[in-house]
Design a protein around this ligand. Sequence first.
Ligand SMILES: NC(=O)c1ccc[n+]([C@@H]2O[C@H](COP(=O)([O-])OP(=O)(O)OC[C@H]3O[C@@H](n4cnc5c(N)ncnc54)[C@H](O)[C@@H]3O)[C@@H](O)[C@H]2O)c1
Length: 301
Amino acid sequence: MIDKKHKVVVVGAGLMGTGIAHAFASSGFTTYLVDSNTETLKKAEENIHAILDGGVKLGKLAVEAAETAKANLRTDAVLAHAAQGAHLLVETVSENLAVKKAVLAEAVPVLATGAVIATNTSALSVTEIAASVQSPERVIGMHFFNPVHKMKLVELVLGIATDEATVATSRAWCDAIGKTSILVNESPGLTTSRMSAMLGNEAMWMLQEGTASAEDIDTALRMGFNHPMGPLELGDMTGWDTRLSVLRYLHSTLGEKFRPCPLIIKMVAAGRYGRKTGHGVYKYDEKGQRVANSGLKANNL
Ligand SMILES: NC(=O)c1ccc[n+]([C@@H]2O[C@H](COP(=O)([O-])OP(=O)(O)OC[C@H]3O[C@@H](n4cnc5c(N)ncnc54)[C@H](O)[C@@H]3O)[C@@H](O)[C@H]2O)c1
């Protein structure tokens, strides 16, 4: 179904596009990376080379494999040229419906017949994006995780029109780049964001109620469930401002169980977003290192 001669075009060379292009190029596919900003495009290419060189230094990648991956990667600022004859398009431009639709309007007419049209959107409707193209059955959400070269999961998101052939080919593409895919019907927060938002919110409710200290809530999840990070540490890394906007969206779409904990609203009002502001549930020094024993306690809310 997938041939090593098949061409991939990744549109948007930001954080996610860089990782996604790296995944396809290092798996043997000629991969065109496109961005409207030529500076960003140059930086993305440098970053991909750095990931590959880092792999060689760590002994995880042969020099020849890194060189082949670099040769597989092409950067191009002209979408209509880069997308010509591609068998897979992964759109990962800014999270804006109009921008995404404009990209598809330009690229889809020049793709190979039957090509899969994938969007990496986090929260926009795959169905709505698909409605803007002539063959909505070929449109699917391909939701990657950051950093793409380390995270194995891809959520394949089915819009109302996505057909069986597109799902099967998309799963094969994920297999071909060593990712594990799961199928999700389009719904708010998909599986991962929805569960993560619920867990982070519940941890904050426990903190607010004085059930346990921040450190102990995090230790419970790390040691009791083998989570690599506790939900409060993770919220500090993601940013409670981002967490709050996701929770508000889920509350408005999925109902009461996602009502944001008042402590999150209070922390965001105080500018305690997490690592990026040096203070969230925990405090961080200027290098982003956590300051020991600084967890927010129930008695100092
Ligand atoms: N950041 C994450 O952790 C994450 C995870 C999963 C999915 N996503 C989704 O992936 C997409 C991209 O996110 P990101 O974090 O990489 O964003 P980003 O801002 O880092 O990158 C977006 C890129 O798109 C480019 N762009 C904008 N309009 C364009 C156009 N018309 N043609 C070509 N390039 C264009 C921008 O120049 C920019 O480089 C979004 O839909 C986002 O919701 C993000």
